[in-house]
Write a protein that binds this ligand. Sequence first.
Ligand code: ADP
Ligand code: MG
Length: 225
Amino acid sequence: MLIEAHNIHKTYQEADYLLHVLKGIDLHIETGEVVAIVGPSGAGKSTLLHILGALDQPTSGQVKFNGQNLYGLNDQQRAKVRNTQMGFVFQSYHLLPELTALENVVLPTMIKNNSRKTSTIEFEGVKLLEQMGLGLRASHRPSQLSGGEQQRLAIARALINKPKVVLCDEPTGNLDSQSGAMVIDVLFNLNKTNGQAVVVVTHDQAIASRAQRVIHIKDGLIEAV
Ligand code: ADP
Ligand code: MG
């Protein structure tokens, strides 16, 4: 088992009340599995994905990643798990505008190795760009790319350190259906070739229907379907 979440709660203190966003979530993600998380807006999907991805602390409950208790680690240890074993893809790409496509892709490896750009790192970056259909875009900046190209670039960046899981939050939310379909092809094909688990929060029925398993979230709980 790759990810095991047990009795996850998340609350936010608002001015005069407590907002209970996640109300006791149990779930597990197997190695190499493709899982979609669906549910209405405000259901707590992004909050849950962030907690699974070591980006946000639950108020209570436990997340085990590869057998390690994520929130029992200190910040530095948890950041290391996140940087080396997880990849993230967000609706709005989160690319660095002043870097080229290739520089964006290799940045996580440079951070991981605490190194400058080497020819080995660049070689891996170019290879991934080619796999994403971006071989001719290596020296473009994000603003010179279409939305679909930017998202495929973000996927390349998420994959460069060969993570065990790629966590995606509405990855096609800003895309037209054709570019969205390409992004999904790329994501799911990668899973086939490299065996990464993919967890994708989505409103997109086309994505959900291609996942191996769909988890429905409503009002902070998993709904039985
Ligand atoms: P979804 O992704 O399913 O649309 P979210 O997880 O983003 O839902 O949000 C669930 C609820 O938690 C919403 O009511 C949202 O306003 C609230 N929320 C999310 N993040 C915060 C925060 N940092 N502070 C306060 N409330 C938050
Ligand atoms: Mg969301």
